[in-house]
Design a protein around this ligand. Structure first.
Ligand code: ARG
Length: 597
């Protein structure tokens, strides 16, 4: 954003210098050593038949506006420097006036369906889900802030061989116990049986290897493939397959066990979601969606989009650079993609969305390519509006998280850990507050630390999670930003600031004050850019810079003890504007802005 007066002045200088005006001019933030704003003249070179530098050199002297203290031509750019007071008068009242809405826009009126989280029901959420949820909630807020009508949904993968594994193990070794009796959260309780199943299968596999010494000599890939095949030969694998068939046939006992175990899991998920602040407008369940998926496969068979081979159903996607893909097993049971066919079609029917975004880890990139290709082959025109928003892994210092072997990088554990670290910090700083107060602040700071750490990396990149680093009050962290907010709260609590209109904001002419005004002006563009690119890290970086600009200012100048009453009031309003933007930005990240820290 830039002041309208300055935009107009630059337009005028075109007229004065060339007797011509571009319809729109795009003004960007300049590198500080060159000025405040830049206009690239490269784009006018053709129209004006002159080199960019020559254009800039003619524009610079034509700039007359009193607010512009310097106008220079450098490498084809017109760089202008604006008076600090003018910037403050432009930025601060706007922020104060718009308050919570500062940064919002109505540009994007699309109806968007945003799918995120989408866990399986055989185990608890892990650290990857924490990233997913942080991203999902932040995308939703960013997109809504730009005017989109966003519906947040998840698909709960509540059926299939993974949940059967937990069920079978529970039947074998659960002794009819409940999570309450075991003193465990429901999702952890069910996850324990999943691990037991895998352990049993591994034992059978090891016994098999003893009698089949050629297998360990196979390549890693072939050995893994062989292990997968062995599932259909192993005793426990065969039992699981039998149970899955029974489930699909609606066997009463199996279905009752399934319902019970899923109930336990949902109660557990609910608690984690509350901690994460995750919400959904609608939950979908694979157990419903796969039925519609099956119908779509039948229709596709008739339309020859799919073909049959040895009783199994396939689709050939080699013409679009993908492989042949199984869509139904020969025993009639469904595969993962079946549900997604049903889901996409029913979501389009229900919402008539302009876009459907799947927030899912990058290991499923191929799956979504296949899904979108199949839907296009089936003739759904809206398939072009589906997007996979892929994100990278989260590593712990020990390496990649693995859940199959039971080394679960558990979400609840990580949440507890970071909150405990925050509680220690709070106890150090405020030894006298009540237990309730301490725990509330620890929640705010701990979750702020965790979310910020996961969001300040571009989604496509992987993250090495380090809770100690995340919780630090200094550095590129959530608590650093939260602390700036709390500090401002404490300044403002000393004095009720005046309305921005009666205040002499022109007095805010120090370089540190100017840096803040410039930052405040940038905020709306940062938010729209982050929404457009699905990249909350841009908001994180911005907030770090704004918090830093505040700290620099606060070290250099007095607010409450400013040289004059007028200056004090102007500075109070300035820090109030900073506070609003910090709070708005943190809200886009799903992070609370504490009053005290
Ligand atoms: N439940 C799946 C998993 O944990 C993710 C589901 C992603 N969404 C989808 N529509 N396929 O791997």
């Amino acid at each position: 954003m830039i002041t309208d007066a300055i935009r107009k002045e630059i337009q005028e200088s075109f007229k004065a210098a060339f007797n011509w005006q571009p319809e729109t001019i795009s003004i960007t933030t300049a590198e500080p050593k060159f000025g405040d704003f830049s206009v690239s003249c490269h784009r006018y070179a053709k129209e004006l038949a002159q080199p960019p530098q020559a254009i800039a050199e003619k524009l610079a002297p034509a700039i007359k506006h009193e607010s512009i203290t310097r106008a220079e031509a450098v490498s084809g750019y017109l760089n202008v420097t604006v008076s600090a007071g003018v910037l403050a008068k432009e930025a601060v009242p706007e922020v104060i006036k718009q308050g919570k809405r500062y940064g919002e826009s109505k540009e994007n009126k699309q109806k968007l369906l945003l799918e995120y989280s989408s866990p399986n029901t055989n185990k608890p959420l892990h650290l990857g889900h924490v990233r997913n949820n942080a991203l999902g909630m932040s995308f939703s807020r960013l997109l809504s802030s730009q005017g989109a009508d966003v519906k947040k949904v998840q698909i709960i993968n509540d059926r299939g061989i993974h949940i059967i594994k937990s069920m079978l193990a529970y039947q074998k070794w659960g002794d009819g116990q409940t999570p309450e009796e075991a003193g465990q959260k429901g999702d952890h309780f069910v996850g324990k049986f999943y691990v037991l199943f895998e352990r049993e299968f591994e034992a059978e596999w090891q016994a098999f290897l003893k009698n089949n010494p050629e297998v360990p000599g196979l390549s890693k890939e072939d050995a893994a493939k062989r292990r997968q095949e062995f599932f259909g030969e192993s005793e426990i694998g065969l039992q699981a397959q039998e149970m899955l068939r029974k489930w699909e046939a609606g066997d009463r006992e199996v279905v009752a066990l399934w319902k019970q175990m899923n109930e336990w899991v949902y109660a557990g998920f609910e608690e984690t979601y509350q901690n994460l602040g995750s919400e959904f407008d609608k939950n979908y369940y694979e157990s419903d969606a796969y039925l519609l998926g099956k119908k779509i496969i039948d229709e596709g068979l008739k339309k020859d989009v799919f073909f049959e081979e040895d009783g199994a159903i396939w689709v050939d996607l080699t013409d679009v650079g993908l492989d042949k893909k199984l869509v139904r097993r020969s025993d009639g049971t469904s595969v993962y993609i079946t549900q997604d066919l049903g889901l996409a079609v029913s979501r389009q029917k229900e919402f008539g969305f302009d876009g459907l975004v799947y927030v899912v880890g990058h290991e499923q990139e191929y799956h979504f390519k296949v899904l979108f290709a199949i839907l296009k082959k089936l003739g759904y025109d809206w398939a072009k509006n589906l997007h996979h928003l892929s994100y990278g892994l989260v590593f712990l210092p020990e390496g990649k998280m693995k859940s199959r072997e039971g080394k679960v990088v558990d979400a609840d554990d990580r949440i507890r850990e970071v909150k405990a670290l925050a509680a220690e910090e709070v106890a150090k700083r405020f030894p006298d507050i009540t237990e309730a107060e301490r725990s509330e602040r620890a929640d705010t700071i701990g979750m702020g630390a965790l979310k910020f750490f996961l969001l300040h990396v571009t989604p496509t990149q992987s993250i090495h999670y380090n809770p100690k680093e995340a919780i630090a009050f200094e550095g590129s962290t959530g608590p650093y930003v939260q602390y700036a907010h709390a500090r401002i709260s404490s300044i403002l609590s000393e004095e009720t600031p005046l309305a921005a209109s009666g205040v002499k904001l022109g007095l805010l002419d120090k370089p540190e004050e100017k840096a803040i005004s410039l930052k405040l002006l940038q905020y709306p563009a940062v938010v729209s850019g982050a929404a457009e690119r699905y990249n909350p890290s841009l908001v994180c970086n911005y907030l770090l810079e704004l918090a830093h600009a505040f700290n620099t200012f606060y070290h250099a100048h007095h607010v409450l003890k400013a040289e004059s009453e007028e200056l004090k009031h102007a500075r109070l309003v300035l820090v109030q504007a900073i506070q609003i933007v910090l709070r708005n930005g943190l809200a886009l990240l799903g992070i609370k802005a504490p009053e005290k820290m």
